[in-house]
Write a new protein. Structure first.
Length: 34
């Protein structure tokens, strides 16, 4: 849907930035995934 209305450019998404350490720590403690 978003692609059809050009809200998102087509093709591969740009490379994501690494998450900040705080986000990694919160995610790890929350989900238990390493």
């Amino acid at each position: 849907r978003a692609r059809a209305s050009d809200a998102i450019p087509g093709g591969r998404p740009p490379k994501h930035e690494d998450k900040p350490d705080a986000a990694k720590a919160a995610e790890t403690s929350c989900t238990g995934i390493k």
